[in-house]
Design a protein around this ligand. Sequence first.
Ligand code: SF4
Length: 277
Amino acid sequence: MSRTDPEATLVNRPDFGRHLAYKAHVAVGGRRGQVITAAVATTGATADEHLLAEVLWEHRRLSRLGIPEAVADAKYGTGPNYRYLDQVGVTAFIPTTRFGNQHTGIWGREHFTWLPAEDAYLCPAGQRLRRNSNDSGTQRIRYQAPKGICLACQFRSSCAPSGRARSLDRSWALDLVEAAQARLARPLGKRRLVERKTYVEGIFGLAKELHGLRRTRFKGRRRVQIQVWLTAAAMNIKKAARRMAQTPRPAGALRLLARLSPPRPTATWFLPRPATI
Ligand code: SF4
């Protein structure tokens, strides 16, 4: 922990190694990612996926625009985030890399048949894995084969090498995850991911390389939040000025920018936001 800035916490990045850092979580609006509509600074220890609701809430508060679709990288593709977006009526275009088979070399869920009427999985040997536990912390239900069955099974080496009763976890959001995977496999889903990479990653790159966000200028999350807001404002103003020079009519970026309200400097700035939009 830093003795001069305790709110800067350790982050491990392949390109930078372990270092003390803050994180800037940003929402970008507009068909071509024209305007930064929300910017939230957190300590480095805050997991990205926990900020989705906060960033969308900020976007809506400042722009008063609806959110028909949310496009984000795989770090945001968690079960709770899919359920949250479903509850608030937002179509998610988020890759779902965390729902595959975690045990490499062992048969995954694709080898089992889901039996919704029985609330059970059917294994390749014809046995039923029945509901064993339901964890509200991880939002997963565990299904398990009957005790002793796997020990003598012909598929044991591929399915349950230890011989213990095989189990499978099913996320509460698995139906939503599978729907999102199907959506991302379609041309529109592929296009949305390319757009995110082009426009949103580009904005992160510009913020860090050309607008000083690679390093914080101040200590403490509150002051870093102000730096992040000012960086976003400067980038938006530059973009608006460029558009005004190009066209006499207000372009999409300008109309979107005009809707943004400045954050109000009140004591409630850093209070927890509502869990839903
Ligand atoms: S090891 Fe167990 S769960 Fe896997 S196929 Fe055999 S009986 Fe079914």
